[in-house]
Ligand binder design. Structure first.
Ligand code: SAM
Length: 429
């Protein structure tokens, strides 16, 4: 399968988008169903883009992959001239969110075939009728190519709801154009052997849609703002237009150190839990399976009293709802919509004492607090003494999750296995 396409098909699809971006220089781009964020990671190097957004229903996957979108040292050493902000949202393309209106380019790469017929209707209405971008790139499998896959029966992936012939894709695309005022040109990637190319077409078929009407008559529909997506990640890249590079470096360093502290605390807490479990087991065995007196479980682990670090409060769900309500919204009022997750408070004092770079950049603990206040990437507790991290952001696997009760990991647990599956047919080719 791997040898069927060179470069692999998924890379060819992303390169198709990159080539479009190079030619058309969009400033605001959103990738719907961004999955592993692979396309976003490529697009972030194209600094004519000033706002780059990813949307996917699978929040756990976004949390896992988001760090690959952060600036690297070179971005600070040689900042680009243009500004760049990257945002990741958990949400469904079947729902409207006004933050995604008026983009220059929307991409939907191997997404629509995962939607039911009803959801595909919503997708068309949301993307072409509500977001109304200048251009849309849609790629989807071409079912006429499938006989060339040795051994393939049925669809290329178990989660696919349909796979279209070229005629079916054209028919859907033409209907969309008529209804919403776009024109479309067709292309594709993944060539068949030359003697079969005309007969079966490309392995992935692509529609590139262009809006017919100009910008001026858009968005005067008086529609109210809708925030149905949950903002999971936001990062501003350094640029020569900033006069606060130091603050950006500091924020990035603070978030990095805080994540590391949080992971360490949660791991320690899990180890402690294991120790207690084995203590109980030994006691049981000693008593021949009959517990004559209660096993003395240390208070620290049993009920959270005298916890040795704040992360423990979180994993036991101690952080109160009032605290959550008190979370700051960012500069643009982008309060995360939907259900708020529990947060892990990481005291600024702990960051200050454990991260030498944070100390060097901020100079004093008071300065640190001052520099972080009002930063959109950072949530502080109401009294400003601790950084609040979403507890979903810890990259745990299923085994790690088992010990935690209602700790905000429910979304990770609920992910349908199909959504977690690799796109075996597609990723391979
Ligand atoms: N576009 C990516 C790429 O080219 O590598 C990933 C494609 S993957 C085959 C499909 C992605 O669509 C998955 O990450 C899945 O979680 C996401 N997805 C499925 N239904 C969705 C929906 N209703 N809204 C947003 N994303 C969705």
């Amino acid at each position: 399968m791997e040898s069927m396409f060179n470069p692999p098909l998924h890379r060819q699809r992303h390169q198709f988008v990159v080539d479009f971006v190079k030619r058309n220089k969009p400033q605001k781009v959103v990738d719907l169903g961004c999955g592993e964020c692979t396309l976003l990671k490529k697009l972030k190097f194209h600094r004519e883009i000033e706002l780059l957004v990813g949307v996917d229903t699978n929040g756990a996957k976004l949390q896992k992959k988001k760090n690959g979108l952060a600036p690297v040292s070179a971005d600070y050493l040689q900042p680009a001239f243009n500004q760049l902000r990257i945002e990741l949202y958990q949400g469904s393309v079947t729902q409207k969110d006004s933050r995604l209106r008026g983009f220059d380019l929307v991409t939907s790469i191997e997404l629509i075939e995962h939607l039911t017929v009803a959801d595909l209707e919503c997708f068309s209405e949301v993307v072409f009728g509500y977001m109304i971008p200048l251009a849309v790139i849609v790629s989807t499998p071409n079912s006429e190519f499938n006989p060339l896959f040795p051994g393939l029966e049925g669809f290329r992936h178990t989660d696919h709801k349909f796979e279209w012939t070229r005629a079916e894709f054209r028919s859907w695309a033409s209907k969309v154009c008529l209804e919403f005022g776009y024109e479309v040109e067709f292309a594709g990637v993944g060539q068949a052997p030359s003697d079969q190319q005309e007969q079966v077409g490309f392995c992935s078929q692509i529609g590139v849609f262009h809006r017919l009407r100009g910008r001026n008559d858009m968005f005067c529909d008086g529609a109210e703002d809708v925030f149905s997506y949950t903002l999971l990640y936001i990062i501003n890249y350094p640029s020569l237009q900033d006069n606060n590079i130091l603050q950006r470096v500091l924020v990035s360093e603070v978030l990095h150190c805080a994540e590391k502290l949080k992971s360490r605390w949660i791991e320690e807490e899990a180890n402690e839990r294991d120790d207690i479990a084995s203590l109980c087991q030994t006691e049981k065995e000693r008593e021949g399976g009959l517990l004559k007196k209660p096993v003395e479980i240390p208070q620290t682990a049993a009920c959270g009293a005298e916890m040795k670090n704040p992360a423990e409060q979180c994993v036991r769900g101690v952080l109160k709802r009032e605290d959550e309500e008190a979370l700051r919204t960012n500069d643009e009022g982008q309060q995360e919509s939907g259900t708020l997750n529990r947060c892990v408070p990481v005291p600024l004092a702990a960051l200050w004492s454990s991260c030498s770079k944070v100390r060097a950049l901020s100079g004093s603990l008071t300065n640190l607090r001052h520099l972080l206040i009002d930063k959109p990437e950072v949530k502080l507790s109401q009294d400003g003494s601790a950084l609040l991290l979403n507890d979903q952001e810890h990259d745990l696997d299923e085994e790690d999750l088992n010990g935690f009760e209602d700790c905000g990991y429910s979304e990770a647990r609920q992910c349908p296995s199909s959504a977690e599956q690799e796109e075996d047919w597609e990723a391979d080719v």
